[in-house]
Design a protein around this ligand. Structure first.
Ligand SMILES: *[C@@H]1O[C@H](CO)[C@@H](O)[C@H](O)[C@H]1NC(C)=O
Ligand SMILES: *[C@@H]1O[C@H](CO)[C@@H](O)[C@H](O)[C@H]1NC(C)=O
Ligand SMILES: *[C@@H]1O[C@H](CO)[C@@H](O)[C@H](O)[C@H]1NC(C)=O
Ligand SMILES: *[C@@H]1O[C@H](CO)[C@@H](O)[C@H](O)[C@H]1NC(C)=O
Length: 240
């Protein structure tokens, strides 16, 4: 409230009759290809007759919306005042967006991310695992845009700082691969090692894990069942 009062006082001193105060605005945003994104331009105070426009700044500047109206209804929506929703984001939606209130022009950059095509964890000792054996666990994320950032957990404890051979390769088209190795130890405590892949603004887009006692066992139901059990355990561990 104090901010609004100061703003109003300033506007009155300046003798302006129309004013608009943007209270909340998005910082640069990365969104997954094909999903929807909402860019915030929340107005705290607006005098009658002032307009709020969303524009996309390319070579020129294209008006996407005027106040709560847009003519590109399949692609954009303006909701909760002046937040711009971009639907089914594609590569050509990348770029700079501007919320223009007449007095303030705020810009935000939108980037499009693509999930990795594959993520794996491999290890370099044969099964069945010997208790207390050391094992190099190597986690690989293939072909995401941009290349993912990998984190390691043992149970609930983050152990990324102990990882070695971290490598991130970006190709010219912006896609790339990430590799990371962690030296683990087979224990009797059934504490899984988990490798988590993050994309900008999209943490935990995927994870892979090793659970030595079960993977080492011979007779198991279909792997789908095992994965479900692991995932249940994983989300329990990560959320607790
Ligand atoms: C836009 O706002 C006007 C005035 O507040 C309202 O009458 C109208 O229904 C709104 N239109 C949409 C599409 O929300
Ligand atoms: C947001 O993106 C723009 C354009 O890419 C860049 O110039 C600016 O530095 C970025 N802002 C932040 C806070 O990262
Ligand atoms: C993903 O990785 C696994 C294990 O390395 C491999 O068997 C599978 O073929 C890979 N899939 C793709 C689409 O690359
Ligand atoms: C793990 O890899 C490192 C370096 O690549 C190697 O020096 C080490 O001997 C390996 N450890 C095991 C247990 O394989």
């Amino acid at each position: 409230m104090a901010l609004i009062e100061i703003w109003m006082a300033l506007v009155m001193l300046a003798g302006t009759t129309s004013c608009t105060l943007v209270a909340e605005f998005s910082s640069n945003t990365t969104v997954l290809l094909g999903s929807d994104v909402k860019l915030l331009c929340t107005i705290r105070y607006q005098t009658e007759g002032s307009n709020v426009l969303w524009k996309k700044i390319d070579l020129g500047s294209n008006i996407l919306s005027l106040n709560n109206e847009t003519i590109f209804t399949g692609k954009y929506e303006v909701e909760d005042q002046y937040n711009l929703v971009i639907k089914n984001v594609q590569f050509h939606d990348e770029g700079i967006y501007e919320c223009d209130t007449g007095e303030q022009r705020l810009t935000v950059a939108l980037q499009v991310a693509v999930l990795m095509s594959n993520m794996t964890m491999r290890w370099d000792i044969p099964t069945p695992f010997k208790r207390y054996a050391y094992v190099n666990l190597t986690c690989v994320s293939i072909n995401s845009r941009p290349p993912a950032t990998l984190r390691w957990y043992r149970g609930v404890h983050e152990v990324t700082r102990s990882s070695i051979n971290n490598e991130r390769v970006t190709r010219q088209n912006g896609y790339g691969d990430t590799t990371s190795t962690l030296v683990g130890q087979v224990s009797s405590e059934d504490v899984p090692y988990v490798c988590i892949a993050d994309l900008p603004d999209n943490p935990r887009v995927r994870s892979e894990f090793l659970f030595p006692p079960i993977i080492g066992a011979a007779c198991l139901p279909g792997s789908g069942v095992v994965i479900v059990v692991f995932l249940g355990l994983l989300s329990y561990l990560l959320n607790s």
